[in-house]
Design a protein around this ligand. Structure first.
Ligand code: SAM
Length: 265
């Protein structure tokens, strides 16, 4: 490799051909597909996706040097955007049902996912995401209620997406070798989900609950509601529960009640 990978940009390039092929397979890309790849890096995955001849291929790479190399390598076969993916205005894409691939830089992966989930047209804009995360983040996304990994990321994702962990991937499959394991996660947007007037309200409610995940839920309820006892009765909550005992649906209902409360004041 003719350049030094940048740690600050989470540059761990995937080298294992079998895993790259597995990722491409999950996409079911055809000549009708519109594809976005986040962080194409040196183009290892890009090259294989392109073999499926998608109708359109857009790649978003923040690193200027990698961007220049990719431009040389792929000419006009892909539309390259040299930008921070966190600053992308997703609404500018007029296409529907885009397939998104990303071996994501670890430092932005959770933030990116939450931003995408917050988009009001998520289920129209995207068909699926095939994302690689740090294993610890992937485990939080797919966690079950009552488990130690269950939390904000589980609930926010579950709100609008169905998820499946495909496999864990050992550090040896990347260059340079990351310190931690990775996992591949498959996402599909749900067509039916709770409607909030502002998705930030669900983010806020889950944030307040999980700041103290070992404490009983009475405390966060008191922070959010003037009369928490009314909410406890209405939603039939057990005051002695801890945040990780409440299902995603209960968090959606609590957030709905919170929206009513702030609209009243
Ligand atoms: N897709 C390549 C692969 O699998 O070998 C590279 C994956 S590497 C884990 C992450 C890539 O995302 C790097 O190319 C890095 O430069 C790029 N990147 C990091 N932060 C980014 C950001 N905020 N926006 C867009 N790309 C970013």
């Amino acid at each position: 490799m003719s350049f030094a990978p940048k740690k600050s940009l989470g540059q761990n390039f995937l080298l294992n051909k079998n895993i790259i092929n597995k990722i491409v397979e999950l996409g079911h890309v055809s000549s009708e597909s519109v594809v976005i790849e986040i962080g194409p890096g040196t183009g290892n995955l890009t090259k294989e996706i392109l073999k499926k001849n998608p109708k359109k291929f857009i790649a978003i790479e923040k690193d200027k040097n990698l961007f220049i190399n990719l431009k040389k390598k792929f000419n006009n076969n892909i539309e390259l955007i040299n930008q921070d993916v966190l600053k992308i205005k997703w609404d500018k894409f007029s296409e529907n049902k885009i397939i998104v691939f990303g071996n994501l830089p670890y430092n932005i992966s959770a933030k990116l996912l939450i931003d995408l989930i917050g988009l009001s047209n998520l289920n129209l804009l995207f068909k699926k995401f095939i994302f690689m995360f740090q294993k610890e983040v992937a485990d939080r996304i797919v966690a079950n209620v009552n488990s130690s990994k269950y939390g904000r990321l589980t609930i926010l994702t579950n709100w609008k997406m169905s998820t499946k962990k495909i496999m864990d991937i050992e550090p040896e499959n990347f260059y340079p070798k990351p310190k931690v394991k990775s996992s591949l996660v498959y996402f599909e947007p749900k067509n039916k989900f709770f409607n909030f007037s502002n998705s930030k309200n669900l983010e806020k409610v889950t944030d307040i609950f999980f700041q103290n995940k070992r404490k009983m839920i009475k405390k966060p309820l008191n922070i959010l509601f003037k009369k928490s006892s009314i909410i406890i009765d209405k939603l039939d909550l057990n005051e002695k529960s801890r945040p990780q005992n409440l299902s995603p649906e209960l968090f959606f209902k609590i957030s709905k009640e919170y929206e009513k409360e702030i609209n009243l004041n």
